[in-house]
Design a protein around this ligand. Structure first.
Ligand SMILES: CC(C)(COP(=O)(O)OP(=O)(O)OC[C@H]1O[C@@H](n2cnc3c(N)ncnc32)[C@H](O)[C@@H]1OP(=O)(O)O)[C@@H](O)C(=O)NCCC(=O)NCCS
Length: 414
């Protein structure tokens, strides 16, 4: 991906501290200083072929002039040429270095994070047009030796315009050195904790795309031993955690008969697990109906009470329902716990009924919630709809499979 001269880092004084690399985030580079020696410009036809020829000298995987021409034609903001100021002639411009981007749309971004983007021949359907906001900017290739490296800062400055300023910049360093170079600029390795994500992808964050995980998918993002985190039960092992917690609380503490607790609804519901560190400390269940979602079976193991586990679980459940487009969240609260549920916005609505089961008196409660603007709904990217429950915010395994050609295996031939 990159050929830059180590001197770039050398161009900025080191901290002198061994191993402590001087960090020069892109946003804080002294452009005026760099602009004194180099210029950047969008290359025309001949300069474009010049760039490819030059790139090929250093980047063995560099793609063809034809592919570069197609990408630059699809979006002229893709390729920026760099030249020393004293050698630049606008009538006869020559590129001595360059920075090339792929302005990716959502499909392109998906391909990038799934590892299915072909940098040697990018799918033009994944490239957004010049005046539309990309979902991601990928540093396709970069070549800037010696003082030309200053041009990199000037090119990145072009990504500070309103159209681009809040779009994350991605890069995939080909070498350790490349990774250190990116780190110097403020990039960080993308670790969304999803093993399916494309390896070795670095991001310079400018959007809130990779902001912290939603409250219903925090487990695994915080490493502190007593951190309270939540996630959706995604497998039988997770379900066993929920059943163990409810057995410890409702069967053991509240003497609830087995068949009353395990009421046949556990396979037609979503279960949230609340962890304390890596220990499953609490759980709740959500069942979805046409126009309301029902939160139920909230239980926190006695040894983890009063540590906000229930609070994290209930907040996460409300957010999950909103992310699925629900505006009405309903529940049956033990009457002794009405004050507890009221803290989260639930109230005993007019006409709410009181009733009894499993030796406790209950009352109906409900809250109105604002469905999320980007709730999962028809019309959303189909790949988002097939992502795991509660993980709509990051690429899933099925998208990765789209890298395979369609073969319609039906097993008959074998
Ligand atoms: C009720 C229960 C879920 C609370 O769990 P918890 O993890 O201890 O609660 P949290 O620590 O998250 O408490 C959140 C807030 O609710 C308050 N709270 C906790 N239990 C409460 C109760 N019984 N009544 C009123 N408020 C309560 C806490 O003080 C805390 O307030 P704060 O945020 O101002 O500090 C837990 O005690 C439990 O599992 N009970 C047995 C099962 C049960 O009855 N489930 C509910 C069926 S409706």
């Amino acid at each position: 991906m990159t050929v830059h001269d180590l001197r770039f880092r050398g161009a900025v004084p080191s901290t002198g501290l061994p191993g402590r690399r001087r960090q020069h985030p892109l946003a804080q580079l002294d452009l005026e200083h760099f602009g004194k020696r180099v210029v950047v410009f969008t290359p025309s036809g001949r300069t474009l072929s010049e760039i490819v020829t030059q790139a090929r000298r250093d980047i063995s995987t560099a793609t063809s002039a034809e592919v570069v021409r197609r990408v630059a034609s699809a979006n002229p903001d893709s390729i920026w040429a760099i030249a020393r100021k004293d050698r630049y002639d606008a009538l006869d411009p020559h590129a001595e270095g360059f920075v090339a981007f792929l302005m990716l749309d959502e499909k392109g971004f998906g391909d990038l994070t799934r590892g299915t983007l072909d940098p040697t021949d990018p799918d033009l359907n994944a490239i957004c047009t010049q005046n539309s906001k990309p979902a991601a900017i990928y540093v396709w290739a970069l070549q800037a030796r010696g003082s030309l490296a200053a041009g990199i800062a000037l090119v990145f400055e072009k990504l500070g315009t309103p159209l681009y300023q809040d779009v994350d910049i991605y890069a995939r360093p080909a070498t350790e050195d490349g990774a250190r170079f990116l780190e110097t600029l403020g990039f960080s390795q993308l670790s969304s904790g999803n093993e399916d994500d494309a390896p070795n992808l670095h991001v310079f964050r400018r959007s809130n795309r990779w902001a912290e995980a939603p409250s219903y998918d925090t487990h695994g993002t915080v490493k502190a031993p007593d951190a309270v985190t939540v996630t959706v039960a995604r497998g039988l092992d997770d379900l066993m955690k929920a059943i163990s917690i409810r057995s410890a609380v409702f069967l053991a503490e509240q003497d609830c008969p087995y068949s009353e607790e395990f009421d046949g609804n556990d396979f037609s519901a979503v279960h949230l697990i609340g962890y304390v560190g890596d220990e499953p400390g609490g759980s709740l269940r959500i069942r979805y109906f046409a126009d309301f979602a029902k939160i139920e079976r909230l239980a926190v193991r006695h040894e983890f009470r009063n540590a906000q586990v229930a609070a994290y679980l209930v907040h996460a459940a409300i957010e999950l329902c909103r992310a699925k487009g629900y505006g009405k969240i309903y529940g049956h609260a033990q009457k002794r716990l009405v004050p507890f549920w009221s803290r989260f916005g639930f109230s005993v609505f007019s006409g709410a009924r009181e009733f009894v089961f499993s030796d406790f008196d209950y009352v109906e409660m409900m809250m109105d919630a604002e469905p999320k603007a980007d709730a999962v709904a028809i019309g959303v990217d189909p790949y988002v709809i097939v992502r795991p429950e509660g993980r709509w915010h990051r690429p899933g395994v099925l998208e990765k499979s789209s890298a395979r050609p369609v073969t319609r295996p039906t097993g008959r031939a074998r």
